[in-house]
Design a protein around this ligand. Structure first.
Ligand code: AHR
Length: 527
């Protein structure tokens, strides 16, 4: 029997809602067609923004949306995207094989409108590679300056009298690759300049409650040796003399699936299923390693001299891009478009649970990307807007936002491993293809049960220790008839989450039957 024992007395950190954030970029059909259709379009829109996509996102309440890239940020000049739309310059988008003219219709005002509609906080990535410190300063002024200046008046003229109050600022993107092929030392030098030159705007005022976060380009999570070097040497270089402000480091991790050319987004073997499912679990170890390296780096900073009080250096770990990347997407038009089957839904759930489980180490994470690129939640085809099963996973997991992680251990007939160790080996559970996570909010306990077995239904016995009496209240579950199923324009709701069967109360615990290749969220209420 697969047993999961949840200790309701052992709380292990608060799940930051920002772990459920998003990334959108000028790449393929993410922005144009996906989010932006234009005011004149026959497709229903809010001033040019595709209504169905905006509505779907609003329902999801995205905590943060990161834009304009990604790699594209390093070729993007924000001034091209302001002013009368018909007069904006036409540039060319080569990003990741997009190869299309870009008429800059979706600029900062349109992005801020998307954030306003969906309730998201913006994260802007500045252009470190082909921009300049001055261009960055001007963008911050334009967005966040409250007092009347030339740039804030220009913002007003363009329709936004109130400052945007953008809190998150990414300084560079993947500076080890498309962002400049830099060494960690070179990047540290660039970071010093950009961070020091960034205007403070209202974040200077402690009473404003607003603080701008400078986010450094973190390591390539997929390169085991390089990622250690990157973080260690970046901090070492930054540890010389005085330090610029640094609030977070942005790690990127993709679940690459490129080795087997026959494995496609919608066509894969049993081997391909388990390959993709199991390799996403590596992220758990990467998070722990990178968190430790950041702490080690901060501890190497010199002690400040002089009279003025200094605050303890602190730097959060954030993940600006994550998701499955199937090799078949390289041949797709639009660029990097891929379908999302139940395989992607399971890895989306597993990855979000890795973030939940490590909520003391990681503060924000953005799925790559929200619309029409890679691990999408939304796909569009002409007038149609299709929600992938990944969307349902995000929706089902909303209950964990702001909740407290509960300790749990797993047992099966052959092994008993407790506490964190239960998920110690590359983030995997000790149970065969069963993964679990639990949190508590108010008088509810929420339990995620993932059956990653492609073909077999599995019985799971749940027990609660020290939790008082709990009653199963509801079950939300998602599964497919076939693991390769997906939602398309022809069958947009082929896989949808639905109400599941309540677990059976038995021997002081609860017995749940998890369908093959399924994700379930069980809600229990204290009685
Ligand atoms: O998400 C697609 C691309 O992947 C991004 O532009 C880049 O940052 C990463 O390499």
């Amino acid at each position: 029997m697969n047993r999961i024992i949840i200790d309701c007395n052992k709380k292990e950190g608060i799940i930051s809602p920002e772990l459920h954030s998003h990334f959108i970029e000028f790449l393929g059909a993410c922005i144009y067609d996906g989010i932006w259709v234009g005011e004149e379009s026959e497709i229903e829109n809010y001033g040019g923004i595709r209504k169905a996509a905006a509505d779907a996102l609003s329902a999801l309440e995205p905590p943060i949306i990161r834009w304009p890239g990604g790699c594209y940020a390093d070729t993007y000049h924000w001034r091209n995207g302001i002013g009368e739309r018909s007069k904006r310059p036409v540039t060319y988008n080569e990003n990741f094989g997009t190869f299309e003219r870009d008429d800059n219709q979706f600029g900062i005002h349109e992005f801020m409108e998307l954030c306003r509609i969906t309730g998201a906080k913006p994260w802007l990535n500045i252009n470190l590679l082909s921009g300049s410190v001055g261009e960055m300063r001007d963008w911050v002024e334009y967005c966040n300056r409250r007092e009347e200046t030339e740039l804030s008046l220009l913002r007003k003229k363009n329709g936004s009298p109130e400052p945007f109050m953008v809190e998150y600022w990414g300084i560079g993107n993947e500076c080890w690759a498309g962002g400049g092929n830099m060494t960690a030392e070179m990047y540290a030098e660039e970071f010093r300049k950009y961070s020091s030159a960034m205007p403070l705007c209202d974040s200077r005022n402690p009473d404003s409650g607003f603080s701008m976060k400078r986010i450094a380009s973190g390591a390539d999570g997929n390169k085991p040796k390089e990622r250690v070097e990157w973080t260690r040497r970046f901090f070492k270089a930054l540890g010389q003399f005085r330090q610029p402000r640094l609030d977070a480091m942005d790690l990127h991790f993709y679940n690459w699936n490129v080795e087997n050319p026959d494995d496609r987004d919608v066509a894969f073997s049993e081997e391909g299923w388990y390959k993709v499912i199991n390799s996403c679990l590596e992220l758990e170890d990467v998070l722990k390693e990178q968190y430790d390296l950041i702490q080690e780096g901060l501890s190497g900073f010199p002690e400040a001299e002089g009279f003025f009080p200094v605050t303890e250096p602190k730097c959060d770990l954030v993940v600006g891009e994550w998701g499955n990347w199937h090799g078949s997407s390289f041949k797709s038009r639009p660029a990097l478009w891929q379908q999302c089957t139940m395989r992607d839904a399971i890895t989306t759930a597993l990855t979000l649970d890795i973030f939940h489980r490590n909520c003391r180490l990681v503060k924000a994470a953005c799925v790559a990307q929200t619309v029409n690129v890679l691990n999408s939640l939304i796909l569009t085809q002409g007038k149609q807007t299709i929600l992938t099963p990944n969307y349902d996973i995000f929706m089902m997991y909303k209950v964990h936002r702001g909740a407290e992680k509960l300790s749990l251990r797993t047992e099966n007939t052959s092994s008993v491993i407790s506490g964190e160790g239960a998920f110690g080996k590359a983030g995997g559970s000790t149970l065969e293809n069963i993964h679990a996570f639990a949190s508590e909010k108010g008088n509810h306990v929420f339990v995620n049960l993932i059956n990653a077995d492609m073909a077999k239904e599995q019985e799971i016995f749940l027990e609660f220790s020290d939790g008082g009496k709990l009653r199963p209240e509801s079950v939300r579950t998602i599964f497919a008839e076939n693991a390769q199923d997906y939602n398309s324009a022809e069958e947009p709701d082929k896989i949808r989450s639905r109400q599941g069967t309540l677990p059976e109360e038995k021997d002081g615990g609860f017995l749940y039957r998890a369908k093959p290749a399924s994700v379930s969220v069980l809600t229990f209420t204290a009685v």
